[in-house]
Design a protein around this ligand. Structure first.
Ligand SMILES: [Zn+2]
Length: 58
Protein backbone atom coordinates (compact mmCIF):
# COMPACT_ATOMS: atom_id res chain seq x y z
CA UNK A 1 0.00 0.00 0.00
CA UNK A 2 1.28 3.44 -0.87
CA UNK A 3 -0.31 6.21 1.20
CA UNK A 4 1.15 8.95 -0.96
CA UNK A 5 -0.44 7.78 -4.20
CA UNK A 6 -3.79 7.34 -2.45
CA UNK A 7 -3.63 10.94 -1.32
CA UNK A 8 -2.70 12.11 -4.82
CA UNK A 9 -5.71 10.29 -6.23
CA UNK A 10 -7.97 12.10 -3.82
CA UNK A 11 -6.60 15.48 -4.86
CA UNK A 12 -7.06 14.61 -8.50
CA UNK A 13 -10.68 13.69 -7.90
CA UNK A 14 -11.26 17.02 -6.18
CA UNK A 15 -9.92 18.87 -9.18
CA UNK A 16 -12.15 17.13 -11.68
CA UNK A 17 -14.27 19.53 -13.66
CA UNK A 18 -17.26 20.80 -11.76
CA UNK A 19 -20.03 22.99 -13.07
CA UNK A 20 -22.79 25.06 -11.57
CA UNK A 21 -26.23 23.75 -12.42
CA UNK A 22 -29.66 23.12 -11.01
CA UNK A 23 -30.89 19.83 -9.64
CA UNK A 24 -33.25 18.20 -12.12
CA UNK A 25 -35.71 17.31 -9.36
CA UNK A 26 -35.82 20.08 -6.75
CA UNK A 27 -34.19 22.85 -8.79
CA UNK A 28 -31.65 23.65 -6.12
CA UNK A 29 -28.44 25.19 -7.36
CA UNK A 30 -25.56 22.77 -7.08
CA UNK A 31 -21.92 22.57 -8.01
CA UNK A 32 -21.29 19.09 -9.24
CA UNK A 33 -19.50 16.99 -11.79
CA UNK A 34 -20.52 17.78 -15.32
CA UNK A 35 -22.51 14.57 -15.73
CA UNK A 36 -24.36 14.85 -12.42
CA UNK A 37 -28.02 15.78 -12.58
CA UNK A 38 -29.19 15.78 -8.98
CA UNK A 39 -28.20 17.51 -5.76
CA UNK A 40 -28.31 14.32 -3.74
CA UNK A 41 -29.06 10.63 -3.67
CA UNK A 42 -32.52 11.52 -2.46
CA UNK A 43 -33.30 13.47 -5.62
CA UNK A 44 -31.78 10.77 -7.79
CA UNK A 45 -34.11 8.22 -6.23
CA UNK A 46 -37.04 10.58 -6.53
CA UNK A 47 -36.35 11.06 -10.24
CA UNK A 48 -36.29 7.31 -10.70
CA UNK A 49 -39.56 6.97 -8.79
CA UNK A 50 -41.26 9.71 -10.78
CA UNK A 51 -40.10 8.18 -14.04
CA UNK A 52 -41.60 4.82 -13.11
CA UNK A 53 -44.79 6.44 -11.89
CA UNK A 54 -45.25 8.39 -15.12
CA UNK A 55 -44.58 5.29 -17.18
CA UNK A 56 -47.35 3.47 -15.32
CA UNK A 57 -49.88 6.29 -15.57
CA UNK A 58 -49.23 7.14 -19.20
ZN1 LIG B 1 -32.37 18.06 -5.67
Amino acid sequence: MNAVSTHAGKELAAQRKRVKKNCAVCGREIVALKQAKYCSNRCRQRAKYLRQKMAKEA
